[in-house]
Write a new protein. Structure first.
Length: 288
């Protein structure tokens, strides 16, 4: 059985579409369709039900999927063995700077001790940009804040958003709220402006930065307030409560995206460790 066809099959099943799977495997949609057709001819059964809106597994496809995953896992393990272990494997991780600062300090030493030859490439950006890169096949795993439903995101839990201000600054000193926020496209920014609009609170955007440092500096110096999660409140700052008169911001959902068909031992161990780091963290309400 051609493992290249099986990898295409597993990727289409997990992405629930030929176009998304093609981006992951760096192939055109037509090439993906041709590979699935070849596999279906070999199996002499239809593996997917295709509609204008979705691609779903048939009963035969559901039976094949666990075997395909197992075969691919064995193939990856055999390649690792012949290469002398995991030398040369690269895991491309996408996450925000604040998530990286929260979860990676404890995770990386333990993972490195178990897989010392793995190369980890970390890209930090806002979640929407990272998910887009993942969908284009440029990242292997992404820890993100959910902006909209995706086919690849596995919900891990949720955490509250809070208003943050310098400890020494009284909120009442600002008749017009000065804000320090991420660029447009950030869900924290969208929630903040929407909440202030509903309450008809006057505001002005004073500082814009994609970097947490660019946001934290004006906030810590009493020049603006911002929106964070409780785990990301910078030193010298405090959470503003509803008693101070600011609107509730609700919560954000945390999700994990894993590259379909990537079944090496190191990759699976890294994803499991990252998931555990998030779900075990104080302040995260878990879905699992």
């Amino acid at each position: 059985m051609d493992t290249d066809l099986l990898r295409a099959f597993v990727t289409v099943a997990e992405c629930q579409g030929f176009s998304a799977a093609g981006k992951v495997l760096h192939r055109t949609q037509s090439a993906m369709s041709l590979q699935i057709k070849r596999l279906e001819d070999q199996m002499r059964q239809s593996l997917f039900e295709r509609t204008s809106r979705s691609v779903l597994l048939t009963a035969a496809g559901e039976r094949l999927l666990p075997y395909a995953r197992h075969i691919l896992k064995l193939e990856d393990e055999a390649k690792d063995l012949l290469k002398g272990g995991t030398h040369g494997e690269i895991i491309r991780l996408g996450t925000s700077e604040e998530q990286a600062a929260t979860y990676l300090p404890d995770l990386l030493p333990r993972f490195s001790a178990q897989f010392p030859h793995i190369q980890l490439e970390v890209q930090c950006d806002i979640s929407d940009a990272l998910v887009k890169r993942f969908q284009e096949g440029l990242l292997d795993v992404v820890l993100s804040v959910r902006h909209k439903p995706t086919q690849s995101g596995q919900l891990l839990g949720w955490e509250p958003m809070v208003w943050v201000i310098a400890e020494h600054v009284p909120l009442a000193q600002w008749p017009i709220l000065p804000l320090a926020l991420n660029p447009e496209g950030c869900i924290f920014r969208a929630h903040a402006l929407s909440a202030l609009g509903r309450e008809e609170k006057p505001w002005e955007l004073r500082y814009i930065s994609q970097s947490p440092t660019g946001i934290n500096v004006p906030v810590q110096n009493g020049l603006a307030l911002t929106v964070k999660t409780p785990r990301s409140v910078p030193p010298g700052c405090r959470i503003v409560t509803e008693a101070d008169g600011l609107p509730d911001l609700g919560h954000v959902e945390i999700e994990l995206h894993q590259r379909p068909g990537h079944s090496s031992e190191a990759f699976q161990a890294f994803c499991q460790a990252l998931e555990a780091a998030v779900t075990d963290h104080n302040g995260i309400e878990c879905y699992i």
